[in-house]
Design a protein around this ligand. Structure first.
Ligand code: BGC
Length: 466
């Protein structure tokens, strides 16, 4: 017996509903996206805090590495461990759980008496980030009307970039010996916003249907679409797909490898790895150092230039939000990738010039590189993985792609300083450019266009081709 329906399956889905209740939908997306703000803030804040932790606790390189890596390690572990929970308990419960972990981590690191509290607290923050990094876009994606889903889901990426800039700023404001306690502790405010906000908001309608809460899902869809009739039509479409899902019997991990789901799994894992292997976080985490290599002798100017790069990241993510639902995901992805490849090659060439001539060009090139990431792989990776999986394995599949993303993030973080020593800066950046070319080919061949289609239409596509 085939487990996934074949092309004989009739799935009649009308056009996506165009009406929606603006205020409710925006509120829901904004609260959900606070997970992104915490993700950006808590990953960005460490660079500044570390300078003072090092002095206060006399940390050697190994201990510094532990403090920095504990967040990444936490995210790697929790992303893969939590997918099953996101499908069983829903997206809302997971976001509330993540908010509690963020808050515990903020208090433990803000008040921690010794380095073990700090490492432990950062590990807990990492657990929270691993969960929030995919449940925020997932929750928004499953609640958003199809025509504005690209923009709404990318709100979470926008807040990641805002979180990074705010972290730079907070690091700058609290740059004195005990200031690191504020740097870590201030995360309590967005954590409270996320937890309390989600407590008062409903779960996504798709997650409710998946878990058998049909009546509640209907009410949420009516609130989202603003009209009873539109809500009921959407309910009908989602139920059709959910019914197909239900007929398949027990859900298991093995289902992720079935012919109809496997292509989507490959797209998600591929984009996850490529998003990191094009080297974005070498810039986000090491920008001041790169600027110093590029010939800026003053710390202050290097940090200022880093702030500029952070702002470009925010602004271009805003541009992406406007364009994703108009131009589509694929054109933006291709354009951004070409931009990244060109700027990485250029950055490498710039490092061949005498040190005194590198600085200005390095700022321009790095800004263009980050801008290209921000209109493409930055938002589009998280968006695509929130759209392409069948409802009943969506949490699980997304958590696997997220796990691949965090693991790759760790690998790049560890290998970048080694590559610079072993290969030199030019070849290292050219290597990332080469990965960019592979990503372009991969995306051209495999990444589907999801603009304007409901999650059910996208799912029906896999069913039909399964
Ligand atoms: C990536 C992060 C990165 C951030 C930069 C996110 O989409 O997953 O690793 O630091 O974008 O804006």
């Amino acid at each position: 017996m085939p487990i996934i329906p074949t092309s004989k399956t009739e799935i009649a889905l009308g056009p996506p509903s165009k009406t929606y209740n603006r205020r409710f939908v925006y509120l829901l997306a904004s609260v959900g996206a606070l997970g992104g703000l915490l993700f950006g803030y808590d990953t960005g804040v460490i660079s500044g805090a570390l300078l003072f932790l090092r002095d206060e606790f006399h940390l050697g390189p190994a201990m510094q590495g532990m403090v920095t890596a504990s967040v990444l390690l936490g995210a790697v572990i929790s992303s893969v461990a939590s997918g099953i929970l996101a499908d069983r308990f829903g997206r809302r419960a997971m976001l509330i759980f993540a908010a509690i972990l963020f808050a515990i981590g903020a208090v433990a690191t803000g008040l921690g008496p010794d380095i073990f509290w700090l490492v432990g607290g950062r590990l807990v923050v990492g657990f929270a980030i691993g969960i929030a990094s995919y449940t925020s876009p997932l929750y928004i994606s499953e609640s958003a009307p199809a025509g504005i889903r690209g923009a709404l889901v990318s709100l979470s990426q926008l807040l990641i970039t805002v979180g990074i800039v705010v972290a730079y700023l907070v690091d700058y404001v609290f740059a004195y010996p005990t200031g690191w306690r504020w740097m870590f502790g201030l995360a309590i405010f967005p954590a409270a916003g996320l937890g309390v906000g989600m407590f008062f908001l409903p779960d996504s309608p798709r997650s409710l249907i998946n878990r058998g809460y049909k009546e509640r899902a209907k009410q949420v869809l009516i609130r989202i679409h603003g009209k009873t009739e539109e809500g009921l039509i959407e309910m009908e479409k989602i139920s059709q797909i959910a019914k197909l899902d239900e007929d398949l019997g027990q859900v298991g991990w093995r289902e992720l490898l079935l012919p109809a789901v496997r292509p989507a799994l490959i797209v998600g894992i591929g984009l996850a790895v490529f998003q990191q292997f094009v080297g974005i976080n070498t810039i986000i985490y090491y920008a001041p150092t790169i600027f110093e290599w590029a010939g800026f002798s003053s710390h202050a100017i290097a940090i200022l230039a880093t702030g500029g790069v952070g702002m470009a990241n925010v602004l271009m993510t805003l541009v992406a939000m406007v364009l994703l639902d108009r131009w589509g995901r694929r054109p933006l992805l291709f354009a951004g990738l070409v931009g990244m490849i060109v700027t990485l090659v250029w950055l490498g060439i710039n490092f061949l010039r005498p040190e005194a001539e590198r600085g200005g060009v390095a700022v321009i090139v790095l800004t263009l590189y980050v801008a290209s990431f921000a209109i493409s792989l930055g938002p589009i990776f998280w968006l695509i993985i929130s759209e392409i999986y069948p409802l009943r394995v969506r949490g699980r599949a997304m958590s696997i792609a997220t796990f691949a993303n965090w693991l790759s993030n760790m690998v790049i973080g560890f290998t970048f300083p080694l590559l610079i020593v072993a290969l030199g800066a030019p070849v290292t950046f050219w290597f990332y450019a080469l990965i960019g070319i592979v990503t372009l080919v991969f995306s051209y061949l495999l990444v589907p266009e999801t603009k304007g289609r409901t999650l059910e239409e996208i799912e029906a596509h896999w069913f039909k081709s399964g």
